[in-house]
Design a binder for this molecule. Structure first.
Ligand code: AMP
Length: 474
C-alpha cells in the first residue's frame, strides 16, 4: 500500500512527498481509512509507530472541506482539537500537523503551559482550525474566552494513558463537556488499563480498534540487556557503557529530577556532552536541550519519564535506564524511543539489589527474561568519590573507597510537587536540602563516624547528626 491509495488531496500528497514518506506505517494503513469514514477510533500504538500522521492526515483531509483563505477569524473556527499530556508532545504533534497541512489554507496552533499566554491568545483569536493543546492551558484559554470549542467536530486524545497518569482526568472531562455532542473521537494509548477502557467507553461511540503491536509488547527490533551493579556504581557504569560503546544520541532515563540533573552533571564532569530535561526545567531550557540534542550538540539527554514521553527523536541507537522505572509500563515506553522506523536499537538497563522487584515486574509485563549483561572489564572508579565531593563529606580517611550514597536518603525529602514520583514508590531524593550545599569541612568527630560506618546505608537522622558533628563528642 502507498499513500496515493488513500485518495488524499494533492496538497497533502505534496506534503508527504516533502517529508519523504512513501509507504504508510501499519498504524497509518489501518487508521487512515477508518478515520476518513468518520468512525471513532481506539488506537493501541506507541510513539514511533507513525500514529501522529495516522490521525492527523485524515483530519486534515476531512477539514479541507472547510478550508478557506478568508482573513475573518469567524471563517476559521476550531474544528479539530488534539489533546496531549506534555508540552513536548504538543509541540511535536503540532510540527507534524503543520508540515502535513503546509500546502493547505488550514491553520494550526499549539497551546501549552509554562509559556506566555499572549502569543497563543493572538493566534487563537486570529482563527485556527486545528488546535493542539495540553489540557490545563486549554482550559485557561477557555476561561479567558480566547477560544470557543463549540464547533469542534473532531477530538483526539493522544497518549491517553499518560494523561490519566498525570491526573488530567478532571480536565479532560471538563473539556469534553464543552464540546458538541456530535463529533468524531480518536483515542490513542500505548497501554490499556481498566481506567483507560472506562474513559474510552465514556466518550467513544462504537469505536474501531486499531492496533499495531500487542499492548505492552516491547519493540521487536530492540536488543535488551540488564546490568546489575551496586547502587553507587550506577553512574560509573553509565559512563563506562557510553564510552565503551562510543554511544552518541542516547537518552538516559532517571526516575527523579534531581537524579537526572546529577547524572547529567556527573557525565559532563567526565567530559561528555550531556544535558538534563525534566519537569523543574523551564520550557525554554527543555526546548533548548531538546534542540541541542536533535542537532547533535548534546550526545546524552538525561530525562525523566514525564519529560521524555512521546518525544520524537529519530535515529536513536540506544536508551539507557539509569533507574528501572517504578511502573513497568514505563519501561515499554522508554525503550520505545529506540528501534524506531525499521532501525534496530539497544535498550540497556541498570539495576541494583533493591530493584529486583521492579525488574521482575517488567519481565512479567513483557513476558520475557531480559538477558543479564556481562560486566567484565568494568571497574568502578573510586577516584571520583573525592573529586565529586566538593563539600568534603567523604574526604575523611577511609572514605575514598566508600560507596557514594546518592540515592539513599540522608534526611532529604522527595519533591512531591510535580508528581513525577509515583505514589507508594520509594521516596528518593528529589530536592537537595540547601543544608548539604553549604561548604562543609568535616570535624574530627564526623570523620570518625564516617570511617566507622563506611558502607552501611545511613539512616537519615543519624547521618545528619554525624555530619553536624553531633553524634560523638570527643
Ligand atoms: P510518531 O509515532 O507519530 O511520533 O512518528 C514517529 C516518526 O516516524 C516521526 O519522525 C515521523 O515523522 C515518522 N513517520 C511517520 N510516518 C511515516 C511514514 N509513513 N514513513 C516514514 N516516516 C514516517
Amino acid at each position: 500500500m502507498r499513500f496515493a491509495d488513500f485518495g488524499l488531496s494533492p496538497d497533502i500528497q505534496r506534503a508527504l512527498t516533502a517529508q519523504g514518506y512513501v509507504y504508510p506505517t501499519p498504524i497509518q494503513a489501518q487508521a487512515i481509512p477508518i478515520v476518513l469514514k468518520g468512525r471513532d477510533v481506539m488506537g493501541a500504538a506507541q510513539t514511533g509507530t507513525g500514529k501522529t500522521a495516522g490521525f492527523s492526515l485524515p483530519i486534515i483531509q476531512l477539514l479541507l472541506a472547510h478550508a478557506n483563505s478568508s482573513m475573518s477569524p469567524a471563517r476559521h473556527p476550531v474544528r479539530a482539537l488534539i489533546l496531549t499530556p506534555t508540552r513536548e508532545l504538543a509541540v511535536q504533534v503540532a510540527e507534524n500537523v503543520q508540515a502535513y497541512s503546509q500546502f493547505t489554507p488550514l491553520r494550526t496552533c499549539v497551546v501549552f503551559g509554562g509559556m506566555d499566554m499572549k502569543p497563543q491568545t493572538e493566534a487563537l483569536r486570529r482563527g485556527v482550525e486545528i488546535v493542539i493543546a495540553t489540557p490545563g492551558r486549554l482550559l485557561d484559554h477557555v476561561e479567558q474566552k480566547n477560544i470557543s470549542l463549540a464547533q469542534v467536530q473532531m477530538l483526539v486524545m493522544d497518549e491517553a494513558d499518560r494523561m490519566l497518569d498525570m491526573g488530567f482526568l478532571p480536565d479532560l472531562q471538563r473539556i469534553i463537556n464543552l464540546l458538541p455532542k456530535q463529533r468524531q473521537n480518536l483515542m490513542f494509548s500505548a497501554t490499556f488499563s481498566p481506567e483507560i477502557k472506562k474513559l474510552a467507553n465514556s466518550f467513544l461511540t462504537d469505536p474501531v480498534t486499531v492496533e499495531v503491536a500487542r499492548s505492552n509488547a516491547t519493540a521487536d527490533r530492540v536488543t535488551q540487556v540488564v546490568y546489575k551493579v551496586q547502587e553507587d556504581h550506577k553512574r560509573d557504569l553509565v559512563a563506562h557503557l557510553l564510552r565503551q560503546r562510543e554511544l552518541k544520541q542516547v537518552i538516559v532515563f532517571s526516575n527523579t529530577k534531581i537524579g537526572a540533573s546529577r547524572l547529567a552533571r556527573g557525565l559532563e564532569q567526565e567530559g561528555m556532552k550531556a544535558s538534563a530535561i525534566h519537569g523543574d526545567k523551564t520550557q525554554q531550557e527543555r526546548m533548548a536541550a531538546l534542540e541541542a540534542f536533535k542537532k547533535g550538540e548534546i550526545d546524552i539527554l538525561v530525562a525523566t519519564d514525564v519529560a521524555a514521553r512521546g518525544l520524537d527523536i529519530s535515529d536513536l541507537p540506544c536508551v539507557i535506564n539509569f533507574d528501572l522505572p517504578y511502573n513497568a509500563e514505563d519501561y515499554v515506553h522508554r525503550i520505545g524511543r529506540t528501534g524506531r522506523a525499521g532501525a534496530s536499537g539497544d535498550a540497556i538497563s541498570i539495576y541494583s539489589d533493591k530493584d529486583e522487584r521492579l525488574l521482575a515486574d517488567i519481565e512479567k509485563l513483557i513476558k520475557q527474561t531480559i538477558p543479564r549483561g556481562d560486566l567484565s572489564g568494568f571497574t568502578p572508579s573510586s577516584s571520583r568519590v573525592g573529586r565529586d565531593d566538593r563539600h568534603g563529606e567523604r574526604r575523611a580517611s577511609g572514605s575514598s573507597s566508600a560507596p557514594r550514597r546518592e540515592f539513599e536518603g540522608r534526611g532529604e525529602r522527595g519533591d512531591q510537587r510535580t508528581g513525577e514520583r509515583r505514589p507508594g514508590s520509594p521516596v528518593r531524593r528529589e530536592k537537595v536540602d540547601p543544608w548539604f550545599l553549604k561548604p562543609y569541612e568535616p570535624s574530627k568527630s564526623s570523620a570518625q563516624v564516617q570511617a566507622a560506618q563506611p558502607a552501611a546505608p545511613a539512616k537519615p537522622k543519624r547521618q545528619l547528626a554525624a555530619l553536624l558533628g553531633g553524634l560523638r563528642k570527643l
